[in-house]
Design a protein around this ligand. Structure first.
Ligand code: NAP
Length: 337
């Protein structure tokens, strides 16, 4: 039997591609930018399997025309770029990469919290561009004051894998109080870490630092809007390492401009890449990162390994270990037979 065809929409790690080549006839898109939608559509029509990234739009139009396609292995934990309901209906398996990127994303969240609270980027510019030199003093009691974390309240929106690791670091590492909002109570973590449940509006009113860790869904789209930003403390900092569309950007810009909140640390945006003239780039109290939550060598490699594990399990007729749409098992058994 000829090997099933696999199209990988961006360069992954050589060793993982080699492993996949034992099972699949692999083609890799080797450009830095994603394949345009039309190219992805043409490839999807020809192949049995796809490896996708969050920058690849996999809508129902594409899925319906991909007659041979049996599995999409997403190289991310989030899969808001894929029409899951449509894939399930068509018997197409969708897998993601949960867990392996929890640590890296939680660490980046803390990098943004610390950078925003202690004005690290602003301080770097202050030194680098000679402003410190121009002050004529090496130290001043009121120079570059930030806020301390110990004893403050962290509000976690979405206490899943990443949110709960961020909460653990807050409690154990920084001596913070943690409150959370989620679709469900996490009584295990309430006991273990002393975190407390709040409804969303209460959390917004009470927290000093608010960090977002929900997936992007119809329910979380613009969850943080003008009305909710107005509920936050004027001294509060907002952190987002989840998905840009969870925050209404226009409302956030207004909030920063009018001083409803004290600052923000953002790894994700409604528009990616963020244009250099975007209003968010003008604020000194905003720290920006280019969607690098999972960007460590260890994690990006582990994500590729998990993509391969899913594809190999499917090839061997086993349920992929991190299958997103479990209902697909009722539509079609795993494998290419
Ligand atoms: P997770 O374990 O599924 O955690 C998400 C949590 O949010 C779950 O507890 C979930 O509850 C909850 N939730 C879902 N919808 C909600 C709603 N409407 N209101 C309140 N809570 C809600 O996912 P994770 O692994 O922590 O990842 C979280 C997100 O981070 C991903 O979806 C991804 O978009 C983002 N991410 C970004 C980066 C980056 O590079 N910046 C890297 C990794 C992940 P249920 O289980 O009941 O749905």
């Amino acid at each position: 039997m000829a090997k099933p065809k696999l199209f990988v929409t961006r360069e992954l790690f050589e060793d993982v591609i080699k492993k996949l080549e034992q099972y699949y006839d692999v083609e890799v898109w080797d450009k830095y930018t994603p394949p345009p939608y039309e190219v992805l559509l043409e490839k999807a029509k020809e192949v049995d399997a796809l490896v996708t990234l969050l920058t690849d739009k996999v809508d129902c139009n594409l899925l319906q025309q991909a007659k041979k396609l049996r599995i999409i292995a997403q190289y991310a934990v989030g899969y808001d770029n894929i029409d899951i309901e449509c894939a399930t209906r068509l018997g197409i398996y969708v897998t993601n990469t949960p867990g392996v990127l929890t640590e890296a994303t939680a660490e980046l969240t803390w990098a943004l919290i610390l950078a925003t609270a202690r004005r690290i980027v602003e301080a770097d510019h202050f030194v680098r561009w000679g402003e410190w030199w121009r002050t004529g003093t090496g130290w001043h009691p009121k120079m570059m004051l930030g806020v301390e974390l110990k004893g403050k309240t962290l509000g976690v929106i979405g206490l899943g894998r990443i949110g709960s690791r961020v909460a653990e670091i807050a409690v154990k590492g920084f001596g913070m109080k943690v409150i959370y909002y989620d679709t469900k109570r996490r009584e295990d973590l309430e006991k273990e870490l002393g975190v407390e449940y709040r409804d969303l509006d209460q959390l917004l009113q009470e927290a000093d630092i608010i960090t977002i860790h929900v997936p992007l869904t119809d329910k979380t789209y613009h969850m943080i809007n003008e009305e909710r930003l107005k509920k936050m403390k004027r001294s509060a900092i907002l952190i987002n390492t989840a998905r840009g569309k969870v925050i209404d950007t226009e409302a956030l810009v207004k909030a920063l401009r009018e001083g409803w909140i004290a600052g923000a640390g953002l790894d994700v945006f409604e528009q990616e890449p963020l244009p250099p003239n975007h209003p968010l780039t003008a604020f000194k109290n905003v720290v920006l990162a280019p969607h690098i939550g999972s960007a460590t060598y260890e994690t990006r490699h582990a994500m590729a390994e998990l993509v391969a594990e899913n594809l190999i399990a499917f090839y061997e007729g086993r349920e992929p270990p991190t299958l997103v749409n479990k209902e697909v098992l009722k539509v079609r058994p795993p494998g290419f037979k």
